[in-house]
Design a protein around this ligand. Structure first.
Ligand SMILES: Nc1ncnc2c1ncn2[C@@H]1O[C@H](COP(=O)(O)OP(=O)(O)OP(=O)(O)O)[C@@H](O)[C@H]1O
Ligand SMILES: [Mg+2]
Length: 258
């Protein structure tokens, strides 16, 4: 028996107010791949991730994650780890970092039950992994943007997912931390046998780190291993894209034609 794809979208459409946001998307990702999704603002990247997670039902088309409808997997509290693009805007709740990470276990342990020592150890292990164990007892409101970002990544990981979906995980991180995170996602993928989907505006980092790139702008333009050609980028972004090459890697993206 061959394993089901980690992600399978067939003829997927999402329509808001009669306007298609995703058009006829076909996408198949085998298990164990590290995939970057790029595209301009409003391209439908976050919407695509939410469709994969079963948070948005498509108007048309079929979505399967490891061969199952994603909403069913999500209800079981397993397999899917998610870092949303919009984190807490006002993280002033009186909860600690460790408690926030433990929330990622609730799907596994069931509502109304308390996390046990095993859950606590799993949460601490993820904090250690992200090198923020020292923050475990801090109130969540007393963190920098980059620290908060790591806490939410730890929360996505503590689910112990088979599919990890990250929507702009590097947004609050400094340049070194951004590169570290892409690298760490690669290591985690290998160690934990994950499939990783990551949306990023950092085309250079995507090209350096991932195994497959998806170029999305309402339609899916390209799905292939990096490097991404200039034409593909221009078609996706709908504007002239200049980039400097360091070897084969697009290094920088600038200039929008008037
Ligand atoms: N709930 C909604 N109702 C109506 N339109 C929506 C809704 N959610 C998203 N949209 C629209 O769908 C389009 C795609 O949004 P989406 O958030 O998926 O884009 P994105 O590629 O993630 O953009 P960004 O890079 O800015 O995060 C946008 O035009 C957005 O305004
Ligand atoms: Mg988005």
């Amino acid at each position: 028996m061959t394993a089901a794809p980690a992600v399978e979208l067939r003829g997927v459409w999402v329509i808001y107010h009669q306007r298609p946001v995703l058009e006829d998307i076909d996408l198949v990702i085998p298990p164990g791949r590290y995939v970057g999704i790029i595209g301009p603002n409003g391209a439908g990247k976050s919407t695509l991730l939410k469709v994969v997670l079963g948070l948005i039902p498509p108007a048309r088309g079929v979505v399967r994650v490891f061969g199952e409808p994603p909403a069913r997997l999500r209800r079981s509290g397993q397999l899917l780890g998610y870092l949303p693009q919009k984190l807490m805007s006002q993280p002033q709740f009186p909860v600690t970092v460790l408690e926030v990470v433990l929330m990622g276990r609730y799907g596994r342990i069931g509502l109304g039950r308390w996390p046990g020592p095993g859950d606590r150890e799993a949460a601490l292990a993820k904090l250690r992994r992200l090198r923020i164990e020292h923050l475990a007892d801090r109130p969540i409101g007393a963190l920098s943007g980059g620290e908060l970002q790591r806490v939410f990544i730890a929360r996505a990981l503590v689910v112990e997912p088979r599919l990890l979906v990250m929507d702009e995980p590097t947004i609050s991180l400094d340049a070194c931390a951004q590169d570290d995170l892409f690298e760490m996602l690669h290591d985690l993928k290998e160690e934990l046998d994950l499939t990783v989907l990551v949306v990023s505006h950092d085309i250079g980092a995507v090209a350096r780190h991932v195994e497959e790139v998806v170029c999305l702008n309402r339609r899916l333009y390209v799905h292939e291993p990096p490097p991404i050609g200039r034409l593909a980028l221009e078609r996706t972004f709908g504007c002239s894209v200049e980039y400097l090459f360091h070897g084969e890697i697009p290094h920088r993206v600038v200039r929008r034609d008037e």
